[in-house]
Design a protein around this ligand. Structure first.
Ligand code: PLP
Length: 418
């Protein structure tokens, strides 16, 4: 990534900075790790043999098939160890979306004779929300719990929403947009007391928060994860399924994954996931310390820009996530101008691009649309440095100033500075 730095020449060619107002040397700064991460070289190296000479089908009985099978089982062990789970509780899938779909629809169909009621939140990823909406068309009834202005779910509200016919509770571990971390242990306890299966989408939490399925997360029955969020490859993930959890199959076909998830295994992907989680688990504390340090400095610097506010919980949030609203400007313009300066990040508009509507998460926390439209998500990662923070702190005030200067809504004489 460091090789992708831009030169001062390309910076000078930028239409936005031709007057030389911004004097920073343009550099490439990737701050969209919640969208995806790069594949670590160690991960890539571990995968390569399974894309080349060890290409056998793990279901084949001859040696190159058996090698694939052994590699899959070794990765299962790596993931189980990182989660404090048993390896028999790990099922590989094609990613977070499949894991969520399987958990939600698989549980609903397996338990439909007991009831039709599902409890979730309005701030889930669409990989949870849309399966729930689909289930509503099939006669299921879904309660979307309220969240507070930080996006926090109140466990008491979960308990209050439980009905005789509730068959599933699904609450995400940490929100992908605003970074808020939910009270998963407390919700899990309530679910267990009422003997209701509990699923959590932990796609954004894995590799950042230590999990232990035997202790802290002992009340979680199903947990979704995806390798490309923790420096593994795309298109591979897993569902943790606690032993004895009642669930229908989602993929039907061959007998892979102990007859629970059909389809020839993505051996290279699985090996990559195993290596990535091993590296992440070994580096959790250091990663946390480094992310917090950079994030807090970035936040403090950006909050000095007038009319800038933090979204999500101030403390109960992922160590690498900042979600900020810059009033009087549009996130998309900000994003494009940051891209001009080599900075990659996301906005707070509906994630299927082309829409300027605020995302469902920003709406659920009650952010007024005119503020939500100026929202930017910056998510840090392993290769970010203090120099990247300096750079963003240097370019952002200039860009915000320029956009406000052309904004019809920004009239400094009418606005009280904070
Ligand atoms: N759940 C959450 C919270 C996510 O952030 C994402 C991806 O952004 C997904 C699910 C979907 O995961 P995948 O891209 O592996 O399908």
């Amino acid at each position: 990534l460091r090789e992708a730095k831009y030169t001062i020449n390309s910076y000078c060619a930028s239409p936005y900075f031709h007057r030389g107002v911004l004097m920073a040397e343009k550099r490439f700064v990737y701050m969209d790790h919640a969208a995806t991460t790069f594949t670590k070289p160690e991960v890539f190296e571990a995968m390569l043999p399974f894309l080349k000479e060890h290409f056998g089908n793990p279901s084949s009985l001859y040696s190159i098939g058996r090698e694939g099978k052994e590699a899959v089982e070794a990765a299962r062990e790596q993931l189980a160890k990182a989660l404090g789970a048993n390896s028999e509780e790990i099922y590989f899938t094609s990613g977070g979306t499949e894991s969520d779909n399987w958990a939600i629809k698989g549980t609903a169909f397996a338990r439909r004779k007991r009831g039709k009621h599902i409890i979730t939140t309005p701030i889930e990823h669409h990989a949870v929300l849309y399966p729930c909406e689909y289930l509503e068309t099939q006669g299921f009834d879904v309660t979307y719990l309220p969240v507070d202005r930080y996006g926090l779910v109140d466990p008491a509200e979960v308990e209050a929403a439980i009905r005789e016919d509730t068959i599933l509770i699904s609450v995400m571990y940490a929100n992908n947009e605003i970074g808020t971390i939910e009270p998963i242990s407390e919700i899990g306890e309530i679910a267990q007391e009422h003997e209701i299966p509990f699923h959590t989408d932990a796609v954004q939490a894995i590799g950042k928060i230590p999990l232990d399925m035997k202790k802290k997360e002992r009340n979680v029955d199903m947990l979704s994860l995806s390798a490309h969020k923790f420096y593994g490859p795309k298109g591979i993930g897993a569902l943790f399924l606690r032993e004895g959890t009642e669930i229908d199959n989602y993929m039907h076909g061959g007998g892979q994954e102990r007859k629970k998830r059909a389809g020839t295994e993505n051996v290279a992907g699985i090996v990559g996931l195993g290596k990535a989680i091993e590296l992440a688990a070994a580096n959790l504390e250091e990663h946390d310390r480094k992310m917090r340090k950079m994030r807090d400095r970035l936040l403090a610097g950006l909050l000095e820009i007038p009319h800038c506010r933090l979204n999500g919980h101030p403390e109960k949030r992922l160590p690498d996530n900042l979600n900020l609203s810059f009033e009087y400007i549009e996130g998309e313009s900000l994003l494009l101008m940051l891209d001009e300066m080599g900075v990659c990040c996301s906005t707070g508009s509906a994630c299927s691009s082309g829409s300027l509507e605020p995302s469902h998460v920003l709406r659920a926390i009650g952010l007024p649309p005119e503020i939500a439209q100026g929202t930017l998500r910056l998510t840090l990662g392993d290769e970010n440095t203090e120099e990247d923070i300096d750079y963003v702190l240097e370019v952002m005030p200039e860009i915000v100033g320029k956009l406000r200067a052309i904004s019809p809504f920004y009239k400094p004489e009418n606005i009280c500075e904070k």
